[in-house]
Design a protein around this ligand. Sequence first.
Ligand SMILES: Nc1ncnc2c1ncn2[C@@H]1O[C@H](COP(=O)(O)OP(=O)(O)OP(=O)(O)O)[C@@H](O)[C@H]1O
Length: 481
Amino acid sequence: MAATGAILVVDDDPAICVVVGEALRRQGYRVKTAASIRERSALLESFSPDVLITDVMLPDGDGLDGIAEILERRPALSIIILSAQNTLNTAIRATEKGAFEYLPKPFDLNELTRAVSDALGSGKGADEEAPDAGLPHDGLPLVGRSPAMQEVYRTIARVLSNDLSILVLGESGTGKELVAEAIHSLGQRRTKPFVPINMAAIPRELIEAELFGYEKGAFTGAHARTAGKFEQAQGGTLFLDEIGDMPMEAQTRLLRVLQSGEVTTVGGSKSVKVNVRIIAATNKDLPKLIEDNRFRQDLYYRLNVVPIALPALRERREDVILLARHFLDRAAQEGLPRKSLSDDAAQLLMAYHWPGNVRELQNLMQRLAVLSRENMITADMLRNSLPLEAVPADYAAPGDLLGQAVREWAKRQLGIGLTQPNRNLHDDLLAVVEPILFQETLASVDGNQIRAAGLLGINRNTLRKKLTDYGLDPLQLRIAE
Ligand SMILES: Nc1ncnc2c1ncn2[C@@H]1O[C@H](COP(=O)(O)OP(=O)(O)OP(=O)(O)O)[C@@H](O)[C@H]1O
């Protein structure tokens, strides 16, 4: 059955308007497109859409400006925000303004059509809470633009206006604590305490006393009544780090507190009401611990209301250079000499597998900012600092960068849905790559077609035909036969 509904698509990139517009029309929607905020305002009046899909960076301003006012006038309208800025800030702003969905670019066309049908099906967005306009956005701590981080930002943006329990998962050093701090400092509890407690860092027998507090005389050394972390976090957020290391008995007690909302100190009998948001984190496989009877299943369900999975740094290599520069900038702001990265250093950083994740990268950049005397950080300096056996032998292979470029190119082509059945992505890629390859190869042999064909491993006639097809002028390439 054809879908019904009117959709307004606003993007100054005509390709996106065409592709998105076509995809939605094929589903049966009525679609109009606009390329600016001015056109958007006019069409909102004359076309009266059910769903507005809008880009953020528009030629006449910020596409998010005016969204709250539009929703005030048309509360039934669902808004989907597209953005290439891809920061936590954009995700939060979009969600706060009342957007139904936020899709970072390049987006998947199926994801967009699904978002449209969800928006129409639900009558209205899932995030109907009153937008909180006063959140502090500056200096947001999380750096990264990879698709995996976009997913993290979207989830963070969605949990700021509620108190759902969060379970942050990820290897050591991926930023779990930073995510917990961000949720707290951007959310509605930000004026109250953020109290972290690391289960792995406290002797097992003291965990309950630390968490729930203790009465004077409860055990040797308990000289006075002491409030536990739960009470200290009253009204705010309790961050239970390394929750997988919590002893079973403490888990049972924690579950009871979460169920009742009351804590009783160790050695005490009176309970105190507590109101805290729980964010837990672990690098352990909790379902496996449950299987081994080392973690309570009921506690797991209680904590894992909204999971946030942080990718390992090697799974988001596109963020490595961004992060490295961020840490170098920070070092410079702290008064250390400003350092930059050479190209070969950047390649080496991207090829390394970062077992210690962002923390390892941060430590390395700080060390180099302090110790190196040069202004430029080179691959040689890194080789002295990184365990070399961990760097793939072909780290410098341009293939790594090329592979990444091709992956991004393919994602972009597929993501914005330019691949109609009659398109030939394979030929399109060759048309981008081959002329560059031919030019470089010919230049390296002073334009000798025979030698170039030999290096390329193709027949000379094939090379000549391809040069003609690509409109490459053999004379300009100084092809000497
Ligand atoms: N996306 C990021 N942007 C900027 N800094 C980051 C990011 N992720 C992590 N860091 C920095 O890396 C360091 C390690 O992060 P964090 O302590 O949050 O990791 P973790 O996952 O909690 O580690 P562990 O499991 O070992 O406790 C911190 O100094 C943090 O500021």
